[in-house]
Design a protein around this ligand. Sequence first.
Ligand SMILES: Nc1ncnc2c1ncn2[C@@H]1O[C@H](COP(=O)(O)OP(=O)(O)O)[C@@H](O)[C@H]1O
Ligand code: SF4
Ligand SMILES: [Mg+2]
Length: 391
Amino acid sequence: MLSAGINKKGVANIMNHEQEKQPEQQLEREARIDAGVYANLSEEEETIITPVRGEEEPVPPEKPDPEVLVEAVDVRQYFQVKKSRGRKALVKAVDGVSFAIRRGETFGLVGESGCGKSTLGKTFLRLTPLTGGQVLFNGEDISHIKGKALKRFRCRAQMIFQDPSSCLNPRRRIEDIMAEPYKIHRLYDKNERADKVRELCDMVGLSRNYLKRYPHEMSGGQKQRVGIARALALRPQLIVCDEPVSALDVSIQAQVINLLQDLQQKLGLTYLFISHNLSVVKHCCQRIGVMYLGRLVEIAPAGRIYGHALHPYTNALISAIPAVEGSGTERTLLKGDLPSPSAVPPGCPFHTRCPHAMDICRQYRPELKEEEAGHFVACHLYNHQTEEDNE
Ligand SMILES: Nc1ncnc2c1ncn2[C@@H]1O[C@H](COP(=O)(O)OP(=O)(O)O)[C@@H](O)[C@H]1O
Ligand code: SF4
Ligand SMILES: [Mg+2]
């Protein structure tokens, strides 16, 4: 089992008292809609989706590493999807992912749209019941917690979403939106909440004049500051930043990334930073994990990913960064589209697009193995696996 890095989860401020009375499944569904998960589904897939709940008994974690805040251990998240004419398909959005995130670290998670990044991020927030595996937070398995324990956990892990507009209620003033986490968790009286909201404004560099406004009266960058403020309200340890700058103008992206970095230093935060764009995570992450069709194919310190990537898929992603064009590095162009996660190719899932595919790649799936210190890769070009390894 890989022991390099992360796990955990936390939930965004998406519950209100009415919602708490509804069945948990409904809450989870709404949370996923809030987070825009359905955006990747085709119309026929959008019909209803059921997270597949696993049968596994929780396994007590080994002695926790004090440096690790969150860790995913063989995490699997499958969805049963109804297709047209009553057909069903199993979407393996996350399929056996293990890694850990150290305290105070920013871990970047990259890969093409639809490869499972958001789903993996949400498993750290306990948004849906896991199909399999565990998420450990501060050494505690949070994959099966419920009720008050789950609510307490959600104070410690939060999420920042890609599209700030979609998670800010258009009918509420900014001050009410920012005070919502305190109301949900019944913290502070009215005056104290107002003080806390003003503190949050200062923390995220948002003028207090915006507090009386509605979301539509603000720019994308200002709305994202509100989203960040809400995520910070309960003073979490972990924040899953799901494409936090993808919907913003390039000029604003740097401001928001700088803000996140300042907040991390001041508050000792740990980030899982998700992006489909390798150039965005380049400057703000210590380590990067590359995901393809629900699995991690490479994990390495950021410097090594950009200078010495091993996996052909990572190299193709790096080749796609415009600034690298003409730099003399050999370009690896990706053929075709990402296969459907409900029909993952056998063997190495990347073999249908890989310029280096060999016979073994079509038969056996390469395991993620440490090729150099701290540098893990799942590719037969490096892992000299035997047939017995794959039995
Ligand atoms: N709730 C769900 N029900 C069914 N399929 C889902 C659900 N959430 C995600 N998926 C599918 O899982 C795959 C990974 O999605 P996602 O995690 O959103 O990818 P990414 O964030 O990398 O773009 C996609 O094929 C998506 O359609
Ligand atoms: S295992 Fe084979 S197909 Fe997969 S990335 Fe490596 S060389 Fe390419
Ligand atoms: Mg996503």
